[in-house]
Design a protein around this ligand. Sequence first.
Ligand code: PMP
Ligand code: GLN
Length: 384
Amino acid sequence: LTPRLQPFTSTIFAEMTALAVRTSAVNLGQGFPDTDGPASMLAEAQKAIASGINQYPPGPGRPELRQAIAEHRTRYGTQFDPDTEVLVTVGATEAIASALLGLVGPGDEVLLIEPYYDSYAACVALSGATRRVVPLAEDPVTGRFAPDIEAMRAAITPNTRLMLINTPHNPTGTVFTRAELTAIAELCVEHDLIAVTDEVYEDLIYDGLTHVPLGSLPGMAERTLTISSAGKMFNCTGWKIGWICGPAELVAAAKAAKQFLTFVGGAPFQPAIAHALRHEGPWVVGLRDQLQSKRDRLVEGLKEAGFGVRPSQGTYFVCADVRPLGFTDGFQLCRELPERIGVAAVPVQVFTDTPENWQHIVRFAFCKKDEVLDEAVARLHKLT
Ligand code: PMP
Ligand code: GLN
């Protein structure tokens, strides 16, 4: 194995899901829903297969999907040319990899915020660039994990080329505010940085909060690649349809990398996602409302079980402090939990460069049926 990849031999999701399966644990580790997306979308995919949409789609994605993606982004007041400014990818995962491989290399620095989604550090390493990592700062009153603008500013060097931002944020559930994003945008403009934003949870935001795409802020359209994915929007994480929107030059850079990663992907799913983007907006609102009440259900249960629950404003996830229960090492606890009480969770420290600062925090996914959440909570009560 090349030294570049030696720190990245297994993912925590694979590890914890395998452990959950082996022990028949309730899996609140890996984030994936346990119900299907809209029926019309499932039917469209079956129709596409039956009608012979089974060969390679065009390199940038099928035209009706690129068109639907561009139309979907107009809700934020942003305009993209479906022919040059939209690229369909194999999930957001490939979008992230393509953007980094296409835009940075040895000598470049990439600014990440920790905790970070695990593929960010691995893809920066694959690209040959160097990551500089700035932690989210925990609000001493509310417990919300917020971007630390001054720390971000201090981490920028003459070699910094790109900043990768994720909002709504996995694993913390933080939704960055317009003010926070405006400050980040100002940093990008001031230091002439490219921004790559991972917005896969853009629709899964609770309590009436709203999603602000970084690319919609002043000075950002020409320097931002915006990434999203149908997986989270329409409960189809296994279809792996994602996309990138941005200025033609940056999208072309990502496309140059993407063509040699997978070339293309998911032909029959593409018309189905185009259909869903056009017609299933109300379904997504329903999903969001369900997820908000699932969040409340799990938060309540975790609090009753004694965890120190941090606020989650979006995503599938809520973070909890295990110290009130007498534990210190979340990784150790996550390794033991399935065997001990039959619940799987994910330790947040694996998404950081400073595990010692995060070892008390564990992530639970609430994108599960109510009875699954209730069973997990009942089992967690047996922890002490
Ligand atoms: N980014 C974040 C923040 C995610 O949580 C995920 C999925 N868990 C991805 C990217 C990957 O998305 P996809 O499944 O579409 O590749
Ligand atoms: N995005 C999901 C999570 O954070 C799962 C991703 C994966 O399994 N790679 O749990």
